[in-house]
Write a protein that binds this ligand. Structure first.
Ligand code: NAI
Ligand code: MG
Length: 360
């Protein structure tokens, strides 16, 4: 049976890195007879330029029909001056996330042994690091109502947001995390602030209830402030972490930086049926766009996650990840991960090296 894959190159380095991931997907498509049918559509600034809006109806329609989506990145200075938030590139991404209900954000932070020097932490603290942060993406304080900014009587300004989760929202992200933990090392740490926030008292209750369904997974709880400390002090104590939207936003960026290399980190955003959008953690890097020097590996690894989580093609995913490790073993490096004695390659040379490793 054929599977529809929608590719959204986006802006800046997006088209360059996505082109390499596409070659990799085409290679495994043939090798494993996956039946993937790849098509492309406009999103973000590219869509604004062509159609006036960041998420054309045609793109949303294609996203809804697709089995999985691979995105480059959106945004750039060209569109930043637009005062209307509705026609900013980011709105394209948020529109897909909310329309498709992509509430489960998976952010792995993996330190490749070949890139151990890239971390700012001591090698003994981070070597072998391989953690997965599961972040709730469509609820919590970023979306809670009421929200606003106003001037009160007497001229005092105030801003307010509402932090709310219901048990169903917590349960569905909890299941994503327990399933991920089950598929890995059966260890899950739930992060909350249950000593201060009622929302997270409920969060902790629901995680404990779910735990009964996953007796093989060891569940622990940690307050978010301690989790931030522990991530920097001894990150290898964690395997899978699950948390709400805001805590996850902050902790996943911190965890990503433990590895030191933004060009290497993929992500997934999943719905209740494991349909998802896959994208690198980094942005559109306008400072290096068009120069052919961007690292395509985060996008290539995002394609691997897509095969694993949305398409049930774990063997093809494993093979891509092994090929990425092989090109690093061959000392090939794009500028962002370059170090002394290594061989510097361009975006397309890196993509070609991964394809060659797949074919070897
Ligand atoms: P960024 O991640 O685009 O860039 C940060 C730094 O990392 C830059 O120096 C860039 O050159 C470098 N970098 C990023 N990806 C790289 C890669 N693959 N290879 C080599 N170097 C890489 O973040 P920044 O500069 O804050 O944002 C730039 C634009 O991207 C903004 O318009 C922002 O809104 C957008 N953005 C989009 C995201 C998305 O589409 N999901 C996420 C984050 C930012
Ligand atoms: Mg963030």
């Amino acid at each position: 049976m054929s599977k529809q894959i929608l590719i959204l190159p986006g802006d800046g380095i997006g088209p360059e890195i996505v082109a390499e991931a596409r070659k990799v997907l085409e290679t495994v498509n043939e090798q494993f007879s996956l039946g993937l049918v790849l098509s492309e559509a406009l999103v973000g600034g590219a869509a604004i330029d062509a159609t006036g809006v960041p998420l054309p109806a045609e793109t949303l329609d294609a996203a809804q029909k697709a089995d999985a989506i691979l995105l480059g990145a959106v945004g750039g200075p060209k569109w930043d001056t637009n005062p209307d938030f509705q026609i900013r590139p980011e709105k394209g991404l948020l529109g897909i996330r909310s329309n498709l209900q992509l509430f489960g954000n998976l952010r792995p932070a993996i330190l490749y042994p070949q890139l151990a020097h890239a971390s700012t932490l001591k090698p003994e603290v981070v070597s072998g690091l391989d953690i997965l942060i599961v972040r709730e993406l469509t609820g919590g304080i970023y979306f809670g109502q009421p929200r606003g900014y106003r001037t009160k009587e007497g001229g005092v300004r105030e801003g307010f947001n509402t932090y709310v989760y219901d048990e169903n929202e917590i349960r569905r992200i909890g299941r994503v995390a327990f399933e991920a933990a089950r598929a890995r090392n059966k260890k899950l740490c739930s992060v909350d602030k249950a000593n201060v926030l009622e929302v997270t008292v409920l969060w902790r209750e629901v995680m404990n209830e779910l735990s009964a369904e996953y007796p093989d997974v060891e569940l622990s709880h940690m307050y978010v402030d301690n989790a931030a400390m522990q991530l920097v002090r001894a990150p290898k104590q964690f395997d899978v972490m699950v948390t709400g939207n805001m805590f996850g936003d902050i902790l996943s960026d911190a965890a990503a930086m433990l590895t030191g290399s933004i060009g290497m980190l993929p992500s997934a955003s999943l719905d209740a049926n494991n349909k998802g959008m896959y994208e690198p953690c980094h942005g559109s890097a306008p400072d290096i766009a068009g120069q052919g020097i961007a690292n395509p590996l985060a996008t290539i690894l995002s394609a691997a996650m897509m095969l694993r989580y949305s398409l049930g093609e774990g063997a093809a995913a494993d093979k891509i990840e092994a090929a990425v490790s092989q090109v690093l073993d061959q000392n090939l490096r794009t500028a962002d991960i370059m170090s002394e004695g290594m061989v510097r390659v361009s975006t397309s040379e890196m993509g070609a090296a991964v394809v060659k490793a797949l074919q070897a």
